[in-house]
Design a protein around this ligand. Structure first.
Ligand SMILES: NC(=O)C1=CN([C@@H]2O[C@H](COP(=O)(O)OP(=O)(O)OC[C@H]3O[C@@H](n4cnc5c(N)ncnc54)[C@H](O)[C@@H]3O)[C@@H](O)[C@H]2O)C=CC1
Ligand SMILES: O=C(O)/C=C/C=C(\O)C(=O)O
Length: 500
């Protein structure tokens, strides 16, 4: 459909229509839309089209958002848990009512599969709110007895919280933080990633329509260095939660350190998939090919395949057959398995890793470069072998559809290879031997170990990483521990005056 130039000119500059959905591209601060003097362009990874011009926040908007969150905090903290839970359920209702729109906008914005957004991701967004609402009402600490004294544990909401989130699963990962922070009685300033800013703005609309009081949830748009940095350095912020890269985490931790603001960091990974000779090799190959989901832009992805030598050839053949069947293309098509990379810079980064690995002697079993037939931002699912444990491709997070394969001969060697990086986010073990599964799992440095499965997620379980994969755990009561200030009241059995 062509748009008459006069009609186009009349559209307010802060309103974009993306996948047929109107999206306000300004900040959401104190219950009002707020513009910035400048904007930046948001492009779709599907075809490179400019989707919107987004408000480009600065320290001034960061200050305004924290001020609004600070003003709203006493009222929200004093709101009863039952009422907070009711509002979170109302937000979940709003997410479900707009599920198709959210899915379509997210796919246009970050290029991940529409079918995943519709059936998996957006239902999880709603679940994030419902889960933490219900969990809030079930929270409790058993009283402890110390020589007749009673320890009663309670907690207070911590205060305004800054949440900085990435582009690979924008609304999912944002609401994973927003929901528990709000449930705990904290007010929130959310800064979504600049490559995928749109669904955060829709979340602000949904929360306002659900009746969330002004200032309880703010959304500030902009670039990390320009608005993320002042937000995380703000002395009035009482919690910072971040998901993203290690270098950015270091900057945030430094800024937080100056104010002694507690931080939760969910960072990258270089997770192994260990395939033992006693494993069901079809299952193992299924698990391996899953690592190309979201074009490999997943922190949890098991990108290092560690395979027992005796089955390496057979395993590789089964994986290659599965990879050849993957359909790359438009993420809006139901038949597509692997969509585009989010941004030209990310594609260049991925390809740089692969080119350097090949130059250093790695061999591409399949893939090894951009998909020239499709063009655009499509990168071919890639498997590299003949890689050294100390090489860049084995040690650094690529965040693209690139796996490496190494072999081992003993369990000892497998564990040493698996643990031989700076990361410790997740690990997957494929084996037919239960005793081995437990033995190996207990020796792996990983926040999550999956045995004969992958990406089975449960919000009741702790999620996070060891080493450079992060600090702290999210999920279940671990989220409440982070967003609250705990108090232990110790009461003696003596000193009571009987007023009866
Ligand atoms: N979920 C994960 O584990 C993610 C890992 N990464 C890794 O990082 C690599 C680079 O991706 P980037 O987009 O550059 O990640 P990034 O870590 O720089 O971006 C994540 C978020 O941090 C914000 N940010 C950036 N600088 C900041 C600062 N100084 N203060 C506060 N906030 C700041 C960004 O605006 C964005 O919202 C990827 O290739 C991947 O390896 C990236 C995104 C998500
Ligand atoms: O979906 C989950 O449960 C976890 C996803 C985490 C990432 O994809 C990430 O942080 O990159």
């Amino acid at each position: 459909m062509s748009v008459h130039p006069a009609a186009a000119a009349e559209a307010p500059p802060h309103l974009a229509t993306v996948a047929g959905v109107p999206v306000d591209t300004r900040h959401w601060i104190g219950g009002r839309r707020v513009a910035s003097a400048d904007t930046f362009a948001d492009h779709s990874p599907i075809d490179g089209a400019e989707l919107a011009r987004i408000a480009r926040g600065t320290a001034a908007e960061a200050d305004a958002a924290v001020a609004a969150a600070t003003a709203a905090f006493p009222g929200w903290a004093a709101t009863s848990p039952a009422e907070r839970a009711r509002l979170l359920h109302a937000i979940a209702d709003g997410v479900e009512a707009r599920l198709e729109e959210l899915a379509a906008v997210e796919t246009a914005d970050n290029g991940a599969l529409l079918r995943s957004h519709r059936r998996g991701v957006m239902p999880r967004v709603a679940h994030n709110f419902r889960f933490f609402a219900d969990r809030l009402l079930a929270l409790g600490h058993p009283a402890l007895d110390t020589r007749g004294h009673t320890n009663r544990v309670s907690w207070d909401p911590a205060g305004p919280s800054v949440l900085i989130t990435p582009w690979n699963a924008p609304l999912m990962l944002a609401t994973w933080k927003v929901a528990p922070a709000l449930a705990a009685g904290n007010t929130v300033v959310l800064k979504p990633a600049e490559w995928s800013p749109l669904t955060a703005s829709l979340l602000a609309d949904i929360a306002a329509a659900a009746g969330l009081p002004d200032g309880v949830l703010g959304v500030v748009q902009g670039l990390g260095a320009e608005v993320g940095a002042p937000l995380t350095a703000h002395p009035g912020v009482r919690r910072i939660s971040f998901t993203g890269s290690v270098p950015t985490a270091r900057r945030i931790a430094e800024a937080a350190g100056r104010n002694l603001t507690p931080v939760s960091l969910e960072l990258g990974g270089k997770s192994p998939l260990l395939v033992f000779a006693d494993a069901d090799l079809d299952l193992a190959a299924d698990l391996a090919v899953e690592q190309y989901d979201n074009a490999g832009q997943v922190c949890l992805a098991a990108t290092r395949l560690l395979v027992e030598s005796s089955v390496a050839e057979e395993f590789t053949a089964r994986l290659a057959a599965r990879a050849a069947a993957l359909r790359q293309g438009d993420p809006r098509a139901e038949t597509t398995d692997v969509g585009p990379i989010i941004h030209p810079r990310q594609l260049e980064r991925i390809d740089g890793f692969v080119r350097r690995a090949l130059a250093a002697g790695a061999r591409a079993v399949f893939g090894g470069g951009p998909n020239e037939e499709l063009g655009g931002l499509h990168y071919r699912p890639t498997l590299l072998t003949d890689v050294r444990q100390d090489s860049e491709i084995v040690q650094e997070e690529v965040f693209g559809p690139v796996l490496t394969l190494q072999t081992f001969d003993t369990e000892e060697e497998a564990v040493a290879l698996a643990n031989g990086t700076r990361f410790g986010l997740a690990a997957t073990v494929a084996t037919g031997d239960r005793a081995r599964a437990d033995r190996v799992a207990d020796r792996l440095v990983a926040g999550t170990v999956w045995v004969n499965c992958f990406f089975v997620r449960d919000l009741r379980a702790p999620f996070g990483g060891s080493r450079e994969s992060g600090i702290g755990r999210e999920g279940g009561d671990w989220s409440f521990d982070f967003y609250g200030d705990l108090r232990n009241t110790v009461t003696a059995p003596r000193g009571w005056v009987d007023h009866g």
